[in-house]
Design a protein around this ligand. Sequence first.
Ligand code: MIC
Ligand code: SF4
Length: 639
Amino acid sequence: MSKSLAEKVIAKHLVEGRMEPGEQIGLRVDHTLTQDSTGTLAYLEFEAMGVPRVKTKLSLSFVDHNMLQNDFRNADDHRYLQEVAAKYGVVFSRPGNGICHQIHLERFAKPGYTLLGSDSHTPTAGGIGMIAMGAGGLDVAAAMAGEPFYLEMPSIMGVKLAGALSPFVSAKDVILEVLRKVTVKGGVNKILEYFGSGVKTLSVSERGTIANMGTETGATTSIFPSDEVTKAFLRGQGREDQWIELKADDGARYNEALEVNLGTVEPLIALPHSPDNVKAVSEVEGTPVDQVCIGSCTNSSLRDLKMVAALLKGKKISDSVSLTISPGSRQVLENLAASGELVDIIRAEARILENACGPCIGIGQAPPTDGVSLRTFNRNFKGRSGTQSAKVYLVSPETAVASAIYGEITDPRKLGKYPKITLPEKIIVDDNMFIFPERRFAGEIRRGPNIKPLPNFPPMADRLTGEVLLKLGDNVSTDDILPGGSEIMALRSNIPEISKHAFRYVDPSFADRALAKGGGFIVGGENYGQGSSREHAALTPKYLGVKAVIAKSFARIHLANLVNFGIVPLTFMDKQDYSNVAQGDMLELGVKGLKRNLCVKNVTKGAEIKVELDLSDREKGMLKSGGKLAAIKAKQVKE
Ligand code: MIC
Ligand code: SF4
């Protein structure tokens, strides 16, 4: 039978289950990646598994998120990550080398392989033809220990690209167009597979941009074919030998279809505070802008920064705008420097930041009060920039530059002449900031005082009782649950301390109240837990005593994280029941046997709410044991 491209790669890695949408499958993982702010927990978890060396083909550890070294804490984390990588056979990418997804695509990604990363934008590598997925650190640690990655077999949405992009329109506009159509929850448990004649008009970097931000639709991943364009990209990186051709079989059928005519896409912009709040740039032209930030794993490739340099050449930005540029990798920066294009950026008065995530996760460059910030990033959730009252808009590099020059939101077509960008056939490659684990690390791994042991949780009780501690609406993000930013992210290795910040901006009294009440329940709407893969968003509520989350639906990675840390994820059988439960209501729930259909007693209202526990037996086993780590340890004791 004809297969889609995604099905072909999955079939090659399938170790358990049937490739039917909705079925539980287990996949062999070839590559893993971690980054510093999810990585410390992932390696603490890996250490707890007692495996002497990683069992994957390649595991990588990047330091790219939390780069500030205001005190010992982040520096200690970076040192721990470097030593633990050396000990267990993980390639370490030193701070300053760049953003994990950009570097993985440049130096390591291989068509037809699988990748699991403790970061939600891991699907970027779908741009080269990988099945690349984000997951919580514990799932990535398990993959490093040689375990398969378990997930629900996604349905495949075929996205047909026709035509070619017009001048000043780029890959970011394509994915914004997809987001406008699919929304932030329309991709949950789906793979977006791109095909059609338009594919060959896009470079691997542009495909990476589109695959990267497929995450914002909630999709499990996105994938592009591997073709002559892919081959040229790998040749440029000195890796042509790693190319294979990959495409869907003729006659492959998709569960759903979408068509985008590249020729009719226009410059688009996502308005505050959601990536799917998309309008044409022309509709909001003229809005004054305070800040423009170019970079992030979505738009920091050599292609993007060459375009930025060409558009800025000979120009000056507006006096009212602060323009920051964070190159995606040291390779991008070095190539821009060698070609002289960096000078065009500097002369235009841009501020050059480190090769890292930076402002994307609130590590510096918070906008002014009520400020308007245009960013080439992928998320504009309220407060993520570090300023609660700021209005963040998501745009392409082209729109970012035009708006920085004019000081207001500007359609880039106003810039007139469209520069032609050509990528060098041979990129300058320098792998010196990787530390390859050739020699075993012999000493004792140093852990700073902020790196605390993982908390242990007891097996699940048969009855869960408590108050509804918090009732929330639709699309609650992991940034709402456990915010980013330099203050809170410095505590990522210290669960007791970071737990104090759970729901900090949604409800500053949450942590104290949860502890005082001995824990309880959270009620949410649709797509609860969208966004980041940070398992802290499950671990901190667990630490504060949260027993179950009842929602209309869940985002994929967060659902897995809840189970991994022993919080029961329940969905309303009848979504109307959401209105029959209020914050402060006392709930009771018998969970013995963890049946699929359960009944929550609302003691306060004297009513019953039917809920569903849609989990596999394997997941139920983890819940019962008090989480995945407890289940793995229990298995080890038995063996
Ligand atoms: C993000 O973009 O939200 C992050 C920061 O990269 C997260 C990971 C984290 O919280 O450390 C993600 O996307 O998974
Ligand atoms: Fe880093 Fe931002 Fe990409 Fe997350 S979305 S990996 S914070 S650049």
